[in-house]
Design a protein around this ligand. Structure first.
Ligand code: A3P
Length: 300
């Protein structure tokens, strides 16, 4: 089946989610061609849920104490170039992309596809999957600003309204949002699945706790000495929105698929959507959320 999204683009349903034509081909390339290694780390998210932050934190954790501060990979490149997406970058053109950039382990990749679609590519390997989600209203508003920036136009209300309608129907890249979150939530409850389930809002309110969870999950926990010498805070500061946004590379750079680095960094607030959604919009999307997440055990 196909449907039309908020900018009039035809999307196709594949394994219960929606994708543009090229993306769909890339996902099929990925599912057929990916050769997983058990040490691989995969960062998964719905677009605009905190992917850039999680990529940065993961790189910073794995690379800690390997570089002088000036030569740190995060100071030299954008998190999206350091951690490519399977379907947007690596498999966009071929089912056998060049993987020579990933000569050291662990390899770190990213994806916006839901867990059941990812699993087909992972073929029962024991890769670690880290998922980040965020409240749907902030995701929507963030997406609206991002789309407008990509189209190089002001964020117009009419676009927000049509995106809202598409979102509520679930018709957007990787959508429906709720089923996406639930796929990873259910996966995280099964020990065999190796999924760490993080929430953007928790990362904001208790960053130390969440970073330590991530480090333990990735088998690189902080030592007592590191905790005492401020290593946790150093990583949080390096990966803070303010710091990443102000790096020269993120002010002027462009990702390998042509997105201005600066577009990935906006406000990073919790609840900013209140300033843009009408009470009616909030009510409608809250009702969908309660309906879809009710009984799942997910903390809203
Ligand atoms: P806002 O548009 O609400 O500001 P993604 O990385 O999944 O594309 O999501 C982008 C959202 O994450 C944007 O949200 C962006 O500002 C925010 N973000 C990017 N880097 C961040 C960081 N280091 N810390 C906190 N939020 C960050």
């Amino acid at each position: 089946p196909s449907d039309i999204d908020f900018v009039g683009r035809e999307l196709f349903k594949y394994q219960e989610s929606w994708y543009g034509n090229k993306m769909l081909q890339a996902i099929i390339n990925f599912q057929r061609g990916f050769e997983p290694q058990d040490t691989d780390i995969i960062i998964a998210s719905f677009p605009k849920a905190g992917t850039t932050w999680l990529k940065a934190l993961t790189v910073a954790l794995l690379e800690r104490s390997k570089h002088s501060s000036d030569a740190h990979p995060l100071r030299l490149d954008n998190p999206h170039n350091l951690v490519p997406f399977f379907e947007l970058d690596l498999y966009a053109k071929s089912s056998k992309p060049d993987m020579t950039n990933f000569s050291s382990t662990p390899r770190v990749f990213a994806t916006h596809v839901p867990l059941h679609t990812l699993q087909e590519a992972l073929k029962n390997s024991s890769c670690k999957i880290v998922y980040v989600w965020r409240n749907v209203k902030d995701v929507l508003v963030s997406y609206w600003y991002f789309k407008s920036a990509l189209m190089k136009v002001e964020a117009e209300r009419s676009l927000l309204e049509s995106m809202f309608e598409s979102f509520c129907r679930g018709v957007s890249y990787g959508g429906p949002f709720w089923e996406h979150v639930l796929s990873y939530w259910r996966g995280s409850l099964e020990e065999s699945q190796n999924v760490l389930f993080l929430k953007y809002e928790d990362l904001k309110t208790e960053p130390r706790v969440q970073l330590k969870r991530l480090a333990e999950f990735l088998d690189c926990p902080f030592t007592v000495e590191e905790e005492e010498n401020g290593s946790v805070e150093e990583i949080l500061e390096l990966c803070s929105l303010r710091n990443l946004k102000n790096l020269e590379i993120n002010k002027i750079g462009i990702t390998s698929r042509g997105v201005d680095h600066k577009n990935f960094f906006r406000k990073g607030e919790v609840g900013d959507s209140k300033n843009y959604l009408t009470p009616e919009m909030e009510k409608r999307i809250d009702m969908i959320t309660e309906d879809k997440f009710g009984g799942s055990g997910l903390k809203l």
